[in-house]
Design a binder for this molecule. Structure first.
Ligand code: PEP
Length: 251
């Protein structure tokens, strides 16, 4: 089977106003001038910017995603956004189960799985996040924790087309700390093994992103690790120049 097409994905979290369109346009310009190698370039802004960014990215080499969705298609859920609404903006992806959602909103694996199912229902691809805390790593529970999250969060009908997995050690997010390339290799190998055992060839084709303090200076090393098929990038995705430096790992 040919290697899955990598993704350079930016998660803007709760950052960005209409004025941030400058960065979105600058990214489009860089990707249209220099290409993105063999990588798909994806930006997941806050809900408030999805419509504006859909207009900016339409017909360009940059794709659009959201950062969360509700499990239901519609209804009495004040303040929530459904996968169908996200799809309606022109987005193709939605992140589910980010550790900040799991921590800030108490999202369990079952909730994450229901959100991934909602993504499939709406025709979106789900980026399902997993990752251990510092305490779990220190007590050698990383592989057990990550595999438990995979088992509980990925729907049974996941395919290589609908599902991307992001391994994001919680202690590496926004801290400037990263695991060693060997540590990433070990966890990604365990994730691949788990997916292949459960999904067969589909598990072989699912893209596995690494996330946690990826920046231009470490992207090439992290992206060259076996079974790493791209990056999920927080802070360094907010500025087109920085994110472009990460895309360079694929040019
Ligand atoms: C993230 O939140 O998905 C992330 C990886 O953040 P950062 O790159 O800022 O560590």
């Amino acid at each position: 089977m040919s290697a899955p097409k990598p993704i350079a994905a930016g998660n803007w979290k709760m950052n960005g106003l209409k004025a941030s369109a400058v960065e979105a346009r600058s990214l489009v310009e860089k990707v249209s001038q220099q290409g993105s190698g063999d990588a798909e370039v994806l930006i997941c802004p806050p809900f408030t910017l999805l419509g504006l960014f859909a207009d900016i990215f339409g017909g360009t080499g940059v794709t659009l995603g959201a950062q969360d969705c509700h499990a239901n298609a519609s209804g009495a859920h004040t303040g929530d956004i459904s996968a169908e609404m996200i799809k309606d903006t022109g987005a193709d992806y939605v992140i589910v189960g980010h550790s900040e959602r799991r921590a800030d909103h108490g999202e369990s694996d079952a909730v994450v799985k229901a959100k991934a199912e909602a993504a499939y229902r709406a025709g979106l691809k789900a980026i399902i996040c997993v990752g251990e805390t510092e305490g779990e790593r220190d007590s050698d529970k990383t592989i057990d924790v990550v595999c438990g999250q995979l088992d509980g969060s990925i729907p049974d009908d996941a395919t290589a087309e609908t599902t991307v997995i992001a391994y994001e050690p919680v202690w590496a997010i926004g801290t400037g700390k990263t695991p060693t390339a060997d540590d990433v290799k070990e966890v990604h190998a365990a994730i691949r093994d788990n997916l292949v055992k459960r999904f067969g060839a589909a598990g072989e084709g699912m893209r596995l992103l690494y996330g946690g303090s990826v920046k231009p200076s470490n992207a090439e090393e992290l992206m060259s690790v076996a079974n790493v098929n791209g990056a999920l990038v927080g802070g360094a995705s907010l500025k087109a120049d920085d994110f472009d430096g990460i895309i360079n790992a694929y040019r």
